[in-house]
Design a protein around this ligand. Structure first.
Ligand code: ATP
Ligand code: MN
Length: 464
């Protein structure tokens, strides 16, 4: 018999029909010769209840129906007498496709997040991770749909690169060289001429620079792919391998950019509320009781648009009133997430787009303001998360960009192709990067970024 997914089985009202479902046992209980199985197949957070009488089944089969086992069940769809579910299945035939013994690591309820990370190959079978992963899929769909509907083209930027976008030393090198026998030059430096690409290359930390090439040809593009940063920071908001969405738009100014950031992120949150209701309600009940309220709150509010300099004044005033922060926040300091969260959660109580940062804490490619001290960055700060989007208007003037590159003492040898955009038909443009997992953190109410990606990569951890 053709299999019906649990999500569809629960909607059916043709009681009396025969039906087959397949899935994994979440729990089994029984009394007086009758057993009840909660079966889940991942199509929905909800389980379908299977009811059977011991006497109708082989004793050996009934014994194999344990938490975690995989079953195929054929029976009759009946209206459920139990509250909170419309239908259940009276089992006629049960086949144990995959038995599961008592070493199964997910037997007990209420396992800690830390423990579940050690069994990340199995944790997608828990209710919570099922919900998170369905939401994650939905957010990817929301993102592609948003950009497609707004005339952006999905542009694929390389993962292996010879340029270092941020100028930081946090890249993972890629090599086919024998690390036990490295060829070195007279000065003892590694000679890459015999390496696969003939030069030193690494995994990308951002697709932005290539994204700008796309925007100056196709007008509006976005990237959506994995990004790699060897940050040894071990925070609940950083992964070594994460997914990033980077739209880049020709002819956008700061205002257009902020409008897009706000509209885009609200669209994603609305999509979750419209399409992931059951999973969100589950998370709201089990993980974070203010989740739905917070998601709906974001949709209602206009985001505050706050120049960095004013943000610093607010933080300094808070300190004068007795607020204590771990890190300093004088003008010129890069804000820590405690500062970002203070502004968002305590001061404004709504998301903030912070703009016009000191040039010393931002990247070389950002457009300089008239004051010569600040750059046109537009980061979006969110409750619970801190920075969720990093954006900016890009410097389109060749001379100004070169002056900044010189001031920073950067090498331009490997950046020529990027600088060519400013030499040949340069145009005003802007873009941003959204960390996909930070969006998922916000939308699920989870606290640790390791718990919103199936297999997290963090310092000293590359399991599964
Ligand atoms: P942060 O200050 O939080 O480290 P950043 O300034 O390094 O962020 P950008 O380089 O602007 O971040 O990257 C754009 C977005 O990518 C960030 O707003 C954030 O959402 C996300 N992001 C950055 N680093 C990581 C990481 N290691 N893991 C997950 N997401 C990240
Ligand atoms: Mn960072």
């Amino acid at each position: 018999m053709k299999r019906t997914k649990v999500i569809d089985a629960l909607k059916r009202t043709d009681f009396g029909s025969e039906i087959t479902v397949k899935g994994w046992v979440r729990s089994k209980r029984g009394s007086k010769g009758i057993f009840f199985i909660a079966l889940n197949d991942g199509s929905t957070i909800k389980n379908v209840q299977i009811v059977g009488e011991d006497q109708n089944f082989d004793e050996e089969v009934v014994k194999l129906i344990t938490t975690g086992a995989c079953l195929s069940v054929t029976g009759v769809l009946v209206e459920s007498p139990a509250a909170g579910q419309s239908s259940e299945i009276q089992a006629r035939e049960i086949e144990v496709l995959g038995p599961c013994d008592n070493t199964y690591p997910l037997q007990k309820k209420g396992a800690s997040w830390e423990y579940l990370r050690t069994v990340a190959h199995m944790r997608p079978r828990t209710n919570t991770f099922g919900a998170i992963l369905r939401i994650r899929h939905n957010m990817a769909m929301a993102i592609h749909t948003y950009f497609h509907e707004h005339g952006f083209y999905y542009f694929h930027t390389p993962l292996i690169t010879a340029s270092d976008c941020e100028g930081a030393g946090n890249m993972f090198q890629v090599t086919t060289k024998n690390l036990y026998d490295l060829k070195k030059d007279d000065e003892g430096k590694i000679d890459y001429s015999d390496d696969f690409f003939g030069e030193q290359v690494a995994l990308t930390v951002s697709g932005q620079l290539e994204g700008e090439l796309g925007a100056t040809a196709l007008g509006q593009i976005y990237t959506f792919g994995p990004t790699f940063r060897a940050e040894n920071s071990n925070t609940p908001r950083h992964l070594a391998e994460f997914w990033m969405i980077e739209p880049e738009m020709a002819f956008y100014d700061k205002q257009d950019l902020m409008d897009l950031e706000e509209d885009f992120i609200k669209y994603c949150v609305r999509w979750a509320l419209d399409n992931c209701r059951d999973d969100l309600e589950f998370l709201n009940k089990m993980v974070d009781k203010t989740l739905l309220e917070r998601l709906e709150g974001v949709l209602k509010e206009d985001f505050v648009r706050l120049p960095y300099t004013e943000g610093i004044e607010i933080l300094q005033e808070a300190i004068r009133q007795g607020k204590k922060f771990e890190f300093p926040c004088q003008w010129g300091d890069d804000l820590a997430s405690e500062h970002e969260r203070y502004l968002v959660e305590e001061h404004f109580k709504k998301p903030v787009i912070m703009t016009d940062y000191p040039k010393e804490i931002k990247a070389f490619y950002m457009k300089m303001n008239e004051d010569g001290r600040t750059m046109q960055g537009t980061d979006v700060l969110f409750p619970q998360i801190g920075e969720i989007i990093g954006g900016s208007v890009r410097e389109e003037s060749y001379e100004k960009l070169m002056a900044e590159i010189d001031r920073r003492g950067m090498e331009t040898e490997k950046l020529q192709w990027y600088l060519d955009t400013r030499r040949w038909g340069s145009c005003p443009h802007a873009g941003f990067g959204l960390g996909f997992e930070r969006l998922i953190l916000f939308v699920t109410g989870m606290q640790n970024i390791r718990d919103v990606i199936p297999f997290p990569r963090t310092p000293k951890n590359c399991m599964f």
